[in-house]
Design a protein around this ligand. Sequence first.
Ligand code: AKG
Length: 297
Amino acid sequence: KTDKIWFDGKLVPWDEANVHVLTHTLHYGVGVFEGIRSYKTVDGKSAVFRLPEHVERLFDSAAIMEMKVPYSEDIVNKAIIETLTVNGLSEGYIRPLIFIGDGAMGVHPGKNPIRVAIATWAWGAYLGEEALRKGIRIKTSTFTRHHVNVMMTKAKVCGNYVNSVLAKVEALADGYDEALMLDTAGYVSEGSGENVFIVRKGIIKTPPLTSILAGITRETVIELARSLGYQVVEERFTRDEMYSADEAFFTGTAAELTPIREVDRRRIGKGEAGPVALNLQKEYFKVVTGANPDYAK
Ligand code: AKG
């Protein structure tokens, strides 16, 4: 691979962006990351969608985890653009990662260095092109989402995703496309890497920001839906409410806006991507490609 990775302040060849096996984060999981997308825009250029918001969330995640980042938000914002530019990637995915490097072992991170990497790659539809058009089949996971005082759910922490990996592997092994995870009280929480929405009688509902990651796509879709005249409520709901929903969909930087057509062997609505989901998806793509001038990037 000829791409470069920004690593601790320098652009290094892809193959040289390596770490020692005694990297603290590899053992204990304390690292924070982001998922960001860059899109080709209607004016023939390209733009990173909501870059400052993502970098702000990255620094919030680091602060929650008491990781002192050796660079400013401004430097990380600029480094992301620099990495995309040097890799000639007008459309793709950006993965900044802040982790604790090698040094002393033991749970306390001690004086181990805080390291920062930014990788970029081409990434098409996360759950497949067909998923975007036709919707996916999901299954309630046997794995419960984190309790708010067990994992820091507002931080996008590497270790939080252990639970996601378990759920995703289980869902795929059972023949589904994605997992639906419930919170510790039994209410619908989120997917393994997506926020979830349902639609019933024209009202769009999504879980409030308690057990879930505060998704930037989630927030964009809420704003967008309201601007289009839809009523959106942030309210807890149960899995059976999902069973009787007219529509459901996932949002995420990677998943974008993916309709859900089946949950736990039950068809949602007509068992296909619903009209509200497809309309919001169309409008979302307009926003990220700059085709909706009312929306600042
Ligand atoms: C994203 O939507 O960018 C995510 O981080 C989801 C998790 C992943 O697949 O890496």
